[in-house]
Design a protein around this ligand. Structure first.
Ligand SMILES: Cc1cc2nc3c(=O)[nH]c(=O)nc-3n(C[C@H](O)[C@H](O)[C@H](O)COP(=O)(O)O)c2cc1C
Length: 475
């Protein structure tokens, strides 16, 4: 990245938006050398009927008007997302509206969907098709700021662009168009997705290939909104979710000048929040639809964590500003090494492996059928569709190691797990201060009636079902 250090010193001397235009111009005129090389086979992925040579994509917003998708693919990206495009051209918010937070390795933008409009965008995509398709190029569609019918704007964009893009992203998460994020609300999202799926279905007979529809969500979503979105996306058969856009929060720990500017924050500080949401969406959708992980990726290790948290593909934007296009190659080679080091022969095998879903979570209950709390807890698990492994622990006594593990998971001392009213407790003088942890555990193995019940183990967590509802917290 030596060359980029020099280029960066020139670009960073300019206001950020001017630097961006200069970079686009350089790419358009072929001044940025192509970095094509064959990707390692471990990075290849087939999704939605398309062959992705590698999972690292360019996020939306860099090439808003679809002017340089082929030049960006030539930088080594596995796919490029263009847009956001709106039906009518619009200028966006007044400048300055783009800020570099160098010390934080972050960007704040409030561009406001500045773009040349749908016709120019469609012409640009068509030209690419005329040149012979250079790779996978997605179209990110949105609504005009002054629109009176936002859903109609998405429909207009999709109808015009069907056949011109490899996939579509329904962007309902930009923080810079007032009210746009309201499209993530249950009823309106239901209507929006229903309309767009119907538009695509109507065009099915006229297209060689039915492009996947993806939804791009905000990282600032409460738990109930996340669950609503997952349910609606599954209901409409949406093909994927991009997690996610820039955040309106996370300002507290920033140190750079401009950190108090209004707009969406992206880059390094967004990594943890967006990865946590990604893992949650993977859980909520049961790993049934591909997710694209975006937010704060600046290394192969970051990309790998997103994949393990449920991303089938990743995208980045902000880190490109700080590290230049050579970063794409570094990410790919570090990701290849990480996958091989962990014994994965293909990337898809690593997707979501850090996430405990209902499918891969084993639930065990240490059960005493004579105890009402134990019976109630078992019934509660079953009501929630969970069929736990039932261990009748009075007959099938857990080992000392297992009890020690349960104590660690619960964060309890041995006596806190013991039923001190049982006869064996007094008979064996177990209240004595002289007894060690190991001796108390040995007493529970010898007299399992002493063990508090019911204990439920789920994934790497544990809970005692007193009251039974306690166990729902660990599922
Ligand atoms: C200057 C700028 C403009 C952006 N414009 C768009 C956009 O038009 N549409 C969109 O969906 N996301 C847009 N984004 C968000 C990015 O696509 C991405 O979701 C976000 O920046 C998080 O990724 P990062 O941390 O790698 O930058 C923009 C981001 C930046 C920095």
């Amino acid at each position: 990245m030596g060359l980029y250090n020099f280029t960066r010193s020139i670009l960073f001397a300019l206001p950020p938006e001017r630097a961006h235009h200069l970079a686009l111009l350089g790419l358009k005129c072929g001044l940025v050398l192509s970095a094509y090389h064959r990707d390692d086979a471990v990075l290849a992925t087939k999704l939605w009927g398309m062959d992705f040579p590698n999972p690292v994509g360019l996020a939306a917003g860099f090439d808003k008007n679809a002017e340089i998708p082929c030049a960006m693919l030539a930088q080594g990206f596995g796919f490029v997302e263009t847009g956001t495009v709106t039906p009518k051209p619009q200028a966006g918010n007044p400048r300055p509206r783009l800020f570099r937070l160098v010390e934080d390795q972050a960007i704040i933008n409030r561009m406001g969907f500045n773009n040349l409009g749908l016709e120019t965008y469609a012409r640009n995509l068509k030209r690419r098709a005329g040149l012979g398709k250079c790779g996978i190029v997605g179209a990110n569609i949105g609504a005009n700021k002054d629109s009176t019918d936002r859903i109609a704007d998405y429909v207009t964009c999709l109808k015009r662009l069907l056949g011109l893009a490899s996939y579509f992203t329904i962007n309902i998460s930009s923080p810079n168009t007032p009210g746009l994020r309201g499209l993530q609300d249950r009823e309106v999202l239901d209507e929006l997705l229903g309309r767009l799926v119907a538009v695509r279905a109507q065009a099915a007979g006229t297209l060689d290939f039915l492009p996947p529809l993806l939804v791009k969500i905000a990282p600032d979503l409460e738990a109930d909104k996340r669950a609503d979105i997952a349910a609606i996306v599954l209901k409409h058969g949406i093909d994927g979710v991009i997690v996610g856009n820039s955040t309106t929060g996370l300002r507290d720990h920033l140190v750079s000048e401009f950190s108090n500017r209004d707009g969406g924050l992206s880059g390094k500080p967004l990594f943890e929040l967006s990865t946590e949401l990604l893992a949650d969406m993977y859980r909520l959708t049961g790993g049934k639809i591909p997710l694209i992980g975006v937010g704060g990726i600046s290394s192969g290790a970051d990309a790998y964590r997103k994949i393990r948290a449920g991303a089938s593909l990743v995208q980045l934007y902000s880190a490109l500003i700080f590290h230049g296009p050579g970063l794409v190659r570094t990410i790919k080679s570090d990701l290849t090494a990480a996958l091989k080091n962990d014994g994965f022969s293909c990337l898809q095998d690593a997707v979501g492996c850090d996430v405990i879903t209902e499918q891969n979570m084993t639930v065990t209950i240490f059960h005493n059928p004579k105890c009402s709390k134990s019976r109630q807890t078992l019934a509660l698990l079953q009501q929630h569709g969970i069929t736990p492994t039932v261990v009748n622990y009075l007959d099938d006594v857990p080992s000392a190691e297992k009890i020690a593990e349960i104590l660690d998971r619960l964060g309890l001392e041995p006596r806190q797990l013991m039923r001190q009213k049982e006869k064996e407790y007094g008979d064996n003088n177990l209240a004595s201060n002289h007894l060690s942890r190991d001796q108390l555990i040995a007493a529970m193995v010898a007299f399992p009636r002493l063990i508090e019940r019911p204990i439920v183990l789920a994934g790497d967590k544990a809970a005692i079902g007193r009251p039974p509802e306690n166990v729902l917290k660990i599922l």
